[in-house]
Design a protein around this ligand. Structure first.
Ligand code: AHR
Length: 522
């Protein structure tokens, strides 16, 4: 695939800067942003898989969040919450990564098959030392993916299991034969083999997956992946365990030593304001310093992808291997009073902006980033959905995924934005960020995010092609900390946007402070 990375020129206009800092009344003025959109320069396809999800056996991510069991009073279909299923269907989840995370490298799949009341109880040693009932296992996950109409991304255990165990799991799930494992699957209620689209061969092998050095991990990966075999009528794409953030040496070694054995190489990067791990900042109670710190950390994704991609280009100039950002999102201190091992946090307008910026960055790197999985789908870290008993809410992040639906399998278009810098304290970010695609419905969509919490922006985008009408949606809220609660579940949600117009060859947008808009040009 030919690369056509979008170049964003972020320049500080002296005039804007002067206006910005000069005086009280001037501070309320709109910042001026210029852009150009090259609809005549279609780039690579923006894979729908960048909208992937991650569901780990962690806290209430699975139990209570997705799975309540068929006997629950919470309305369910064969044990899966109806409300969660419906919400996930609406955002066309392309794939779900399961069972971890760190949990994957200590998961033994045989614990999770057979009659549920006969399954062993194990200990989730990584996430709180709680009992793991194993009532959500292979059948429950694979049937869930079918019900949801999504692809399965199964993460195999390299940390404390053998290659044989991983190979047998794949055979159990996919074999069309009458092998003993296939017959065991049938005896457990599933005749037809399932389709397993992706297998992750280990998780964070540099950490919870075995504390390996990259040189050793590359060899271990080569060995394990050898035995991941798809039946003749299936293709399983193999994803190698990747780097922790900016560990470029890891990517270099994996590509050099194991590149020819993988379809994708993973990358994990979390947005952790307040100085990094361990996460200290609150998800709900924060000021402008934490706001801009978070957004600046989120924007680091662009540099990380650029640099990991450059290494991958050396070994794979044709870009056959995808960079798979299969863990990303915000990570704050756990909610007060919650189990510290459950990674429960709330989700505000700030998280919505982290999502829009990250999706812009992924689409700008569509030639290499062909899959990503936000951490995590329900009740854990930067979730789409929060549940509490029979209550459920959609987070601001969920709404961004919904607004970006036209990006799924769209064609990337280069959008250049020249925005002033928004500064606060030691932090500085472009005031406005954006991206654009031509969607499968034939229309051009432009996403714009105003990172400045105080100042509206007047955005003027020169269009290379013709458009006569623009319509759109906006996601914003009264405060940076605005969020949805079970009592007020619709406090932050997208509404129709009428602040954009076409003027000749220009798209003119009055973009409110701290807002995300998705515009459709016609
Ligand atoms: O998403 C939470 C954890 O973060 C995952 O289990 C692990 O892979 C990462 O460190």
């Amino acid at each position: 695939m030919a690369a056509s990375p979008m170049k964003k020129r972020l320049s500080l206009s002296l005039l804007c800067s002067a206006l910005f800092f000069a005086s009280g009344w001037l501070q309320a003025a709109e910042v001026q942003v210029q852009g150009s959109l090259h609809t005549d320069q279609p780039g690579p396809q923006v894979s729908r898989y960048i909208f992937g999800q991650f569901a780990e056996h962690l806290g209430t991510g699975i139990y209570g969040g997705i799975w309540v069991g068929p006997d629950s009073k919470i309305p369910n279909t064969n044990g899966y919450r109806n409300d969660v299923l419906a919400a996930l269907k609406a955002i066309h989840v392309p794939d779900v990564r399961w069972p971890g995370g760190c949990f994957a490298d200590e998961y033994h799949w045989r614990d999770g098959i057979g009659p549920r009341d006969k399954r062993p109880t194990s200990v989730n040693t990584h996430w709180g030392g709680v009992e793991e009932p194993n009532s959500f296992g292979t059948h429950e996950f694979m049937n869930f993916t079918e019900l949801l109409g999504t692809d399965a991304y199964v993460a195999g255990n390299v940390g404390d299991a053998s290659p044989d165990e991983m190979a047998q799991w794949v055979e159990y799930m996919t074999a069309p034969t009458h092998s003993t494992l296939a017959m065991q699957r049938r005896a457990n209620g599933r005749d037809k083999p399932w389709k397993v689209a992706f297998v992750g061969v280990g998780n964070e092998l540099w950490g919870c997956g075995g504390n390996m050095r990259s040189e050793y991990a590359a060899d271990v990966y080569r060995r394990y992946q050898t035995f991941v075999k798809a039946p003749a009528d299936q293709t399983i794409l193999k994803i190698a365990p990747g780097s922790n953030g900016d560990d470029y040496h890891w990517t270099e070694v994996m590509m050099r030593e194991a590149g020819k054995f993988m379809n994708g190489l993973s990358l994990h990067y979390y947005t952790v304001p307040g100085g990094g791990f361990p996460p200290r900042d609150s998800s709900t109670d924060f000021d402008e310093t934490a706001w801009i710190d978070t957004l600046q950390q989120a924007l680091r994704m662009d540099d990380l992808i650029t640099r990991h991609s450059a290494i991958m280009d050396k070994y794979d100039p044709q870009k056959k291997i995808a960079l798979v950002v299969d863990e990303w999102g915000t990570w704050y201190a756990s909610l007060p009073g919650s189990h510290p091992g459950f990674l429960q946090q709330q989700n505000t307008l700030r998280d919505a902006l982290v999502a829009s910026l990250t999706l812009d960055i992924f689409s700008d790197h569509a030639d290499r980033v062909r899959m990503a999985n936000i951490a995590q789908m329900v009740n854990v870290l930067q979730s789409m959905i929060l549940t509490d008993g029979n209550k459920m809410l959609l987070t601001p992040t969920y709404h961004v995924f919904a607004m970006y639906l036209p990006y799924q399998d769209a064609t990337h278009l280069p959008l250049e934005i020249s925005a002033p810098t928004y500064r606060h304290g030691e932090f500085a970010v472009p005031a406005v960020h954006g991206s654009a695609v031509k969607a499968k419905d034939g229309h051009v969509y432009v996403a714009l995010t105003n990172l400045d919490p105080e100042h509206a922006a007047e955005v003027n985008v020169k269009l290379s092609g013709k458009a006569t009408q623009v319509s759109g949606q906006i996601l914003t809220a009264p405060a940076m900390t605005s969020l949805n609660t079970f009592e007020h579940a619709d406090a932050v949600k997208p509404v129709p946007f009428s602040g954009a117009r076409i003027d000749g060859n220009d798209l003119k947008v009055k973009l409110p402070a701290k807002a995300i808009v998705m515009l459709k040009l016609q």
